[in-house]
Ligand binder design. Sequence first.
Ligand code: RB5
Length: 153
Amino acid sequence: MKLVIGNDHTAVEMKNEIKAYLESKGHEVINVGTDTTDRFHYPVAGYKAAKLVASGEVDGGVLICGTGVGISLAANKVKGVRACVCSEPYTAKLSKMHNNSNIIAFGARVIGVELAKMIVDEWLNAEYEGGRHAERVAMISEIEETGSLKAAE
Ligand code: RB5
């Protein structure tokens, strides 16, 4: 797979380890995060990664900041992106199967690198189920596209 990885200054070490791990599994990984521990604004990496995912240039993305929250919030502002923060593999897997997540995020200050590897493994190995979930994911897109939701009127 072709993937993008992004991070802020809190997550350089974890980014490097996860990038190397993904590459060792045969994935191509584009790095849009910072490589130094100088203060770096997480929306920059979140936005860059999200644009690559939304345009279809990559198959998915991994985002890491202190908690995974800020960087995923930024990514989710880009149309077509469904970035999910996960601190354990079960949610990561279900975020793909049910929510068709296209970016996984986690916090370098929250989890360790071995758990992060399990999260990316579960997420990459999972497949979107569609079916009954498709209607709900379409509703998320409707809110994004129109700013409203017919089903809630
Ligand atoms: C940076 O201090 C920190 O706020 C950031 O990494 C992230 O946790 C934000 O959500």
